[in-house]
Design a protein around this ligand. Structure first.
Ligand SMILES: *Cc1c(COP(=O)(O)O)cnc(C)c1O
Length: 457
C-alpha cells in the first residue's frame, strides 16, 4: 500500500455564509411534527419551551432557501473550517478499482467529528436568547463533546446524559466532555422520572439514545432558563450540517469532477444530510438528475431498510412531539455495537420523506464488514475512522468493487464524519476476533412497530 492521496483545500473566505434549506426545493415537503395530545401540526411557539426560539423557527422554516450563518458562528467555524476534500488514491489502489473515490474530512474538527457544525450554532442561539443552561444526550459521546466545547465558548452550563453502554465503552469521551467543563451523567440515571422508571423495570438496561433524550428533555423542562439541544434527527440540525456539502461542491469543482454517488453513514441523518443536500439541488433542478445518494446504516439498527414510515416519538418516554420518521419504533433497543452514534430508532423527517420519494437510497451493513473497511481505509489513507463513519466507507467499497466488475469509473464521494482515535477499544476487540454481527429478527421489529398509532395510513 502507498499513501499518496490528494487534498483539495479552500480558504476561510470560502466558508459558506448561509445554510441551505433543502425543504424549499423538495417536491413533497416533509410532513409536520404533531402535538402528541391533539395530533395537530406544531407551531414554532409550541417548541419554544424546549428549544431556543431561533432554532424552533428554523425547524419549521420551509420558505427560505438560504438562512444566513451568524458572524459569531462563522468565526468559530474558522478554527477548523473549511475542512479538506481528499481524493483517496491509496484506497483506490488498494481496491484496484477504476472508481474515483473522494472523501470530505470532517474528522479534522477539534472534537473529531462533524457534530461541531451544529453544536456551535445551537449554543450560539441559546446564548443570544439569554439562556444560561442547556441539556443534551449523547451516544458514543461525539455530540456531547462537540456541545461541551461550544457551550464553554459561549459561556453556557451544560449537562449531558450519556448512554450507559458508551459511558463504560468510551470513558475517554466522558473525560473529554468533563475537560471542556460539562457535567456528564450515565443514562438511564436515577436523576429523572424517565430514568428511574426504566431502571426499575429493567435494572440492567444499558441505555439508548431514546432514553437519554427523555432524561435530557425532562431536565430542561424542569430547570429554569434551561433548554434542550439535539445533535441529529431534527431539521435544524441537518440545516447546519449543509456547510459540509456546500464546501464539498466547490472542492469537487477544483478537482474537475462531479460525484455520481454521494454516501454518508446514518444515525439520525445529520451528516448524511450535510454532505447530500447541497448536491440534491442538482437532482431537483435536473442538471445532475442521475446522481445517487446512499445512506449507510448498521444491520443491527435498520430503520431505513426495514423500518416503517410512521409518526413516532423521538425518545423512549414519549416526551417529544410526534415526528414523521422511518422508524423501528421508539422502544427498539439496538444491540451494543461500537457505532454508538448510529444506535437510534428513527430517521429525521426530511430524510424519511426523501426515502419515501425514492430520491435517496439506503443500505444496511454488518458490523464486521464495517471494521474490515475501516482497517483497509486506515492502512491505505492513514486515518483511523470512527466506527460510525466506517459504515460510509464500507458502502463506498461496495460501490467501488461494483465499478471494478463493470469496468465503469464512477466518481464516489463519501463523508468521513469522524475519526476513531477514541474508539480504539473497539478496534482491539475486532483485532482479537471478539466482535460479531447482529441481525435483527423480523419479530422484534414487528413487535415494536405494532405499538405505534397508525397516523400515516
Ligand atoms: C453522531 C455521529 C454519526 C451519526 O449521526 P448522524 O446525525 O446520522 O450524522 C455519524 N458519525 C459520527 C462520527 C458521529 O459522531
Amino acid at each position: 500500500m502507498s499513501l499518496d492521496s490528494k487534498k483539495f483545500l479552500l480558504q476561510e473566505k470560502d466558508i459558506p455564509t448561509a445554510w441551505y434549506n433543502v425543504t424549499v426545493d423538495m417536491p413533497n415537503k416533509p410532513r409536520p411534527m404533531l402535538h402528541p395530545g391533539t395530533k395537530q401540526p406544531l407551531k414554532a411557539e409550541d417548541l419554544y419551551p424546549i428549544f431556543a426560539e431561533e432554532l424552533a423557527n428554523q425547524e419549521l422554516n420551509m420558505t427560505d432557501r438560504f438562512i444566513e450563518i451568524p458572524e459569531e458562528v462563522r468565526e468559530m467555524y474558522k478554527i477548523y473550517r473549511p475542512t479538506p476534500l481528499v481524493r483517496a488514491r491509496g484506497l483506490e489502489k488498494a481496491l484496484d478499482t477504476p472508481a474515483h473515490i473522494y472523501f470530505k474530512n470532517e474528522s479534522v474538527s477539534p472534537v473529531g467529528s462533524h457534530k461541531l457544525n451544529s453544536a456551535i450554532a445551537q449554543a450560539y442561539y441559546c446564548k443570544k436568547q439569554g439562556i444560561t443552561n442547556i441539556t443534551t444526550e449523547t451516544g458514543a459521546g461525539q455530540w456531547g463533546a462537540a456541545l461541551s466545547l461550544a457551550a464553554k465558548h459561549f459561556g453556557l452550563e451544560l449537562a449531558v446524559y450519556m448512554v450507559k453502554v458508551s459511558y463504560h465503552q468510551k470513558p475517554y469521551r466522558r473525560s473529554i466532555m468533563q475537560t471542556y467543563g460539562a457535567e456528564v451523567i450515565a443514562s438511564p440515571s436515577m436523576s429523572t422520572k424517565a430514568g428511574r422508571k426504566i431502571i426499575t423495570e429493567h435494572p440492567n438496561y444499558q441505555g439508548s439514545l431514546g432514553t437519554a433524550i427523555s432524561e435530557a428533555v425532562e431536565l430542561a423542562m424542569s430547570t429554569p432558563n434551561c433548554r434542550y439541544t439535539l445533535g441529529s434527527v431534527l431539521n435544524h440540525v441537518s440545516l447546519h450540517q449543509t456547510v459540509i456539502g456546500q464546501e464539498a461542491k466547490k472542492q469537487m469543482e477544483m478537482a474537475g469532477e462531479y460525484p455520481d454517488i454521494v454516501i454518508g453513514c446514518f444515525g439520525g441523518g445529520s451528516n448524511f444530510s450535510g454532505i447530500s443536500f447541497p448536491f440534491l439541488q442538482g437532482k431537483f433542478d435536473g442538471s445532475r438528475a442521475a446522481t445517487r445518494f446512499i445512506a449507510a446504516e448498521p444491520q443491527s439498527c435498520p430503520k431505513l431498510t426495514r423500518g416503517v414510515f410512521q409518526y413516532d416519538f423521538g425518545d423512549e418516554a414519549g416526551y417529544t412531539p410526534l415526528i414523521p420518521m422511518r422508524t423501528l419504533g421508539h422502544n427498539f433497543a439496538p444491540a451494543n455495537i461500537h457505532a454508538g452514534g448510529l444506535r437510534y430508532h428513527g430517521a429525521g423527517a426530511i430524510v424519511s420523506q426523501l426515502l419515501e420519494d425514492k430520491i435517496i437510497e439506503a443500505v444496511d451493513i454488518p458490523q464486521l464488514e464495517t471494521f474490515a473497511a475501516a482497517t483497509l481505509f486506515a492502512q491505505s489513507e492513514g486515518i483511523i475512522p470512527a466506527p460510525e463513519s466506517s459504515h460510509a466507507i464500507a458502502a463506498t467499497i461496495r460501490e467501488a468493487k461494483a465499478c471494478k466488475e463493470s469496468g465503469e469509473s464512477k466518481v464516489i464521494l463519501f463523508n468521513l464524519s469522524g475519526h476513531g482515535l477514541i474508539d480504539m477499544a473497539a478496534y482491539d476487540q475486532y483485532i482479537a476476533g471478539d466482535l460479531s454481527n447482529y441481525e435483527v429478527t423480523q419479530d422484534s421489529i414487528d413487535n415494536n412497530i405494532d405499538t405505534l398509532e397508525k397516523i400515516i395510513k
